[in-house]
Design a protein around this ligand. Structure first.
Ligand code: 5AD
Ligand code: SF4
Length: 473
């Protein structure tokens, strides 16, 4: 079943290798670890924290899991399909382990938190189970597992933000990086398992965020994406400076590091994004004009069942406000097809709010019932799979038309593009992104440019997913 439609941001950030701390000499490290990440950007960011913790313990990273002493899967529970993928992968790892008995297999992330010791005790698929707030205890857990004990830590924390741990950039392109600014979520959307797997919301020390971003800039990075489940509720009281740092204030502080450092953020909850944030975005050229503003559904009745705390009209007014303050702002969305009790009329409301918002891009999903969520306890998952599939298909097709229309409107315009690397198809072309987060591919010609440079590109043609252009002097 078609369940998950391409994660553009993620793919585009998993390209180059400039800062990868992978072991070149196998004897350089005490042991080797292999880590594979699934799901949201937060998981990829967490894997970089884990890599840092392991590096300090003398573990080097390897790209080949057969060479590893420790194989880790950083897992996602958001939809059933994500969990099935991980289970399949674990069975593959288990086969390799049979020929290499000393190898340890560990499960990290949301699935570890959700299933706790089940995969260790009942199915014997893993040796270690570590939840998202327990990564500091990994070294001790590895020793326990090496000694044949059950190594499990799934304690959630109200304070842990890993603020003092400098992430080791895995598979980085050396230009763009994710910076985690908060953890957990207090929202309780009824379909969502995240509040149960990632715990209560907490904001990371603002000073440590600024230091990490400044350090990235000094190392040559030119774009940071501030990450959180709900960034607009970022709130930090700096007792030393006697200052309250809201998300708008944090954005401003990061933007002031350098005009050459682009700032992005994800994800915004429509109920929490403030005018102060929108005005701060408008004020600084280097804060990208792009908001990921998940709508989930266009029907007020369904939104209420989803516990999203806004109505259709309220969301539309938010889109109006964004366009009023930043007419050139890109907007994208997450959409769920076939939530409990959804009727054709609700589905039509979703299609029409997509048209109204004119999304440049969306992540589109079937509703997948998750154990323990409010929706699982209160409502019946009553929409048949074929109806979910048909509705999702309509949503995907409409988004295709909207993306193409949005890209077509850009033909003839010139954008400042941050070069991220060679295009996927040809090393004669560069690939970069506009402030609005659109991918632009253009010939290198004879200009002496490099990754991390900014260049003005005039758009000459487009597809649904990409703008094509030429460099303007
Ligand atoms: N079923 C389908 N999609 C889901 N999402 C979250 N939970 C579910 C679920 N149970 C989607 C939402 C969210 C995105 C990260 O994943 O659209 O914004
Ligand atoms: Fe899940 Fe809603 Fe929190 Fe997003 S805001 S992580 S959808 S509960």
């Amino acid at each position: 079943m078609l369940d998950y439609i391409t994660d553009k941001v993620q793919d585009e950030n998993r390209q180059g290798e400039a800062f990868a701390p992978f072991a070149t000499d196998p004897n350089q490290y005490r042991k080797l670890f292999y880590i594979e990440s699934y799901g949201c950007q937060m998981n990829f960011s967490d894997s970089e924290i884990v890599a840092s913790i392991l590096n300090k313990e003398g573990f080097g990273a390897t790209r080949n899991f057969e060479d590893a002493d420790l194989v880790l899967l950083n897992t996602c529970s958001i939809r059933e399909k994500a969990e099935q993928t991980v289970r399949k992968r674990l069975t593959e790892f288990k086969k390799v382990k049979e020929a290499k008995p000393g190898m340890l297999i560990g499960m990290l992330g949301c699935m570890a938190e959700r299933l706790k010791s089940k995969l260790l005790e009942e199915e014997k698929l893993v040796d270690l189970v570590v939840g998202p707030d327990a990564y500091r205890t990994l070294p001790g857990l590895i020793i326990e597992a090496e000694g044949g004990q059950k190594a499990v830590n799934v304690l959630l924390s109200r304070e842990e933000t890993y603020a003092d741990i400098s992430p080791v950039r895995l598979d980085s392109n050396g230009v763009t990086a994710f910076v985690s600014i908060m953890r957990g979520c207090n929202n309780m959307c009824s379909f969502c398992v995240v509040p149960f797997t990632r715990g209560r919301e907490r904001s990371r020390d603002a000073g440590s965020i600024i230091r990490e971003c400044r350090d990235l800039f000094q190392k040559g990075f030119r774009e940071v994406t501030l990450l959180g489940q709900n960034v607009d509720s970022y709130y930090f009281v700096d007792e030393v400076k006697d200052e309250i740092v809201t998300f708008a204030k944090l954005l401003e502080k990061v933007a002031l590091i350098s005009p050459l450092l682009r700032v992005r953020f994800s994800t915004s909850h429509p109920k929490d994004i403030t005018d102060e944030v929108l005005h701060t975005m408008a004020k600084y050229e280097n804060i990208c004009k792009y908001i990921h503003l998940p709508v989930q559904s266009g029907s007020s009745r369904i939104l209420q069942l989803m516990n999203r705390t806004y109505t259709r009209e309220w969301y539309m007014a938010k889109v109006d406000r964004i366009r009023e303050i930043m007419p050139d702002c890109g907007i994208s969305s997450d959409i769920i097809a076939g939530f409990c009790t959804e009727e054709d009329a609700d589905h039509k409301d979703t299609l029409s709010i997509m048209e109204y918002s004119g999304y440049d891009m969306s992540y589109m999903f079937f509703y997948s019932e998750r154990p323990g969520t409010l929706a699982e306890r209160r409502y019946k998952d009553d929409i048949p799979d074929d109806v979910k599939k048909k509705r999702l298909q309509e949503i995907v097709e409409l988004q295709g038309r909207l993306s193409f229309a949005s890209n077509t409107k850009d033909i003839g315009k010139t954008f400042a593009v941050l070069i991220e690397g060679d295009s996927k198809r040809s090393d004669h072309d560069w690939r970069g992104r506009s402030s609005q987060n659109k991918v632009i591919v253009f010939p290198k010609e004879s200009y002496r440019l490099k990754k991390g440079d900014y260049v003005n590109v005039k758009v000459t043609a487009c597809t649904q997913a990409t703008l094509l252009g030429t460099i303007i002097n």
